[in-house]
Design a protein around this ligand. Structure first.
Ligand code: PHE
Length: 379
């Protein structure tokens, strides 16, 4: 992507309004677009973030809406496929007249949407994409989560200090911007701690057979393996590692977080560790209220991190629209950028100069078929 082609938010907005006029959202509601992986490989990401987002919008509307108007959430499914996000995001902006866009969880798909939102001057808020490049796209792009330089360091320190490992292998999904970035930041942190990377192997998200790479990893004799992948691949990797007698701890990041990791991985994922954004069993009043509301709305289901971040992304946007006092895209953008102490379920959100949220991470362990909270790490 040629960054010089990307217009700053304000000038893009002027162009857009002068050519097309604004306010396609004719029936009076505030149109917010959402794109998510509701089906396909990472469907649990999209289903969870969408449910959290929907709960937020319903809660807002039940309390009278935003600026006295109803919020209309228009949701599009990108089927977890590369290439599909541009279609749906173009539609949300050009046809549906969304004043802002919420999405995505997976960094590669947020990176596909971000230049489109930037070129159109439409603010985009990613709930959960942690690759730094997402918000580097331009001044219209925000997120309500931490970024991978932080997450990678958190796990490097955990592996060094808690697991006391000095030799580690890294197993990266080369199809995923998230995985490549997190692997890089983990390695930098671990080497800085005096650790040694004894093997670096690659896979392609969606692969089914990881035995060749796992055999190479085993022969390098690491004390732990860092696998910054998504849950389905990680579960298969854990199963095959166990079959090969590779019984050292596997560690990863937020991409592990899905009930599906436990359903597929079963006893092969027991004891392994990952970092993520929040723990549903935390005692803070915000988390307790959110978990109870979400369970009521979605048949007793416990919200995962994507659900909590989806909820936070919509509430964060609504708060900015209220402070902006308008649905003008530039006013919304400025209000988003000025957010300094928004109380979200996943922690207080302060937006920094890079339009990222500075927040704590939590480390969880798979224990007795569940995710067990171990510790919180502040930035
Ligand atoms: N951070 C991951 C990415 O950028 C997505 C993710 C977020 C996955 C939260 C699970 C939980 O691709």
């Amino acid at each position: 992507m040629n960054r010089r082609l990307l217009l700053p938010c304000a000038s893009a907005f002027v162009l857009l309004t002068s050519f097309t006029g604004c306010g396609k959202n004719g029936d009076g509601g505030i149109v917010i677009g959402e794109f998510a992986s509701l089906t396909g490989k990472e469907a649990t990401f999209g289903i969870s973030s969408h449910e959290g987002t929907l709960l937020a919008i319903e809660t807002l509307n039940a309390a009278g809406g935003v600026l006295g108007k109803k919020v209309e959430l228009l949701t599009e499914d990108n089927q977890s496929k590369a290439g599909e996000t541009s279609n749906v995001v173009n539609k949300l902006i050009s046809k549906d007249g969304a004043v802002a866009v919420l999405g995505e969880v997976a960094s590669s798909r947020s990176l596909e949407a971000a230049p489109i939102c930037q070129q159109n001057g439409i603010p985009m808020v990613s709930p959960a994409s942690t690759n730094p490049k997402v918000t580097e796209t331009g001044d219209c792009i925000f997120r309500v989560c931490f970024i991978d330089p932080f997450q990678g360091t958190v796990m490097a320190n955990f592996v060094t200090k808690t697991l006391k490992a000095t030799k580690v292998a890294v197993f990266t999904d080369v199809k995923s911007d998230y995985s490549k970035g997190l692997a890089k930041f983990f390695k930098e942190g671990f080497i800085k701690n005096g650790g040694q990377i004894v093997a670096e192997l690659d896979f392609n998200g969606g692969d089914k057979d990881f035995k060749a790479q796992l055999t190479a990893i085993k022969s390098a004799a690491p004390e732990a393996v860092f696998v910054p992948g998504y849950y389905t691949d990680v579960a298969l990797i854990a199963i095959q590692a166990k079959q090969l007698g590779l019984t050292i701890p596997l560690c990863g990041g937020d991409g592990w977080e899905s009930q599906t990791l436990l359903d597929i991985g079963k006893d092969a994922v027991e004891g392994h560790y990952f970092s993520t954004h929040y723990a549903s069993d935390a005692a803070s009043p915000g988390v307790v209220a959110f978990v109870s509301d979400y369970k009521k709305r979605f048949n007793g289901k416990v919200p995962d991190a994507m659900a909590a971040l989806g909820y936070d992304s919509a509430m964060f946007l609504a708060d900015a629209i209220k402070r902006a006092g308008s649905t003008d895209s530039v006013a919304i953008r400025d209000a988003l950028a000025a957010t300094k102490d928004f109380e979200a379920v996943t922690g207080k959100i302060a937006i920094n100069a890079q339009r990222d949220a500075v927040k704590s991470a939590v480390i969880l362990q798979v224990k007795d078929g569940k995710f067990k909270y171990l510790e919180t790490v502040a930035p």
